[in-house]
Ligand binder design. Structure first.
Ligand code: FES
Length: 147
């Protein structure tokens, strides 16, 4: 670091900003990399492994023929028929928005209007092209638990 600074300084005598800018850019790059890594880790759908063993919903809170979105865990739990529960990621497969509502048997994404079926997470309407990832679950003591 020292020898390099000595080499840069004489040449940059008339433009002392070059050396300083290089240092700043290096620092900013490192910070940027950290931020990007942080964003990547928190933005996507959780894997079933991440949620394994976790109770993600109370069965009683999930309406029959509808569903409920849990933003913290980024999951949507549905009950297509009485006592039949399903769980999917709430992260839209189009561009990663969190889905916004469940009504009339459909999970809606507010960003560009994609729709997914509450029965299996399959696409009912694009632009999304792939289904919502489904999580294996079971009902335990009134709770929906990822298995
Ligand atoms: S991100 Fe959901 S429709 Fe585009």
């Amino acid at each position: 670091m020292e020898p390099m600074g000595e080499n840069v300084m004489p040449r940059a005598a008339g433009d002392g900003g070059i050396g300083r800018r290089a240092v700043l850019c290096g620092g900013a790059g490192a910070v940027g990399a950290t931020v990007i890594a942080g964003c990547g880790g928190s933005g996507g759908a959780k894997s079933a492994q991440d949620l394994k063993g976790k109770q993600i919903a109370e069965a009683a809170d999930v309406p029959v023929g509808g569903g409920k979105i849990y933003g913290d865990e980024k999951v949507v739990v549905t009950q297509p028929a009485q006592g039949e529960f399903k769980a999917f990621t709430a992260v839209c497969t189009h561009q990663g928005c969190t889905v916004g509502s469940v009504r009339n048997g459909i999970i809606h994404c507010p960003c560009h209007g994609s729709e997914f079926k509450i029965t299996d997470g399959s696409v009912a309407k694009g632009p999304a092209g792939t289904p919502l990832q489904e999580y294996p679950i079971q009902v335990k003591d009134g709770g929906i638990v990822v298995t």
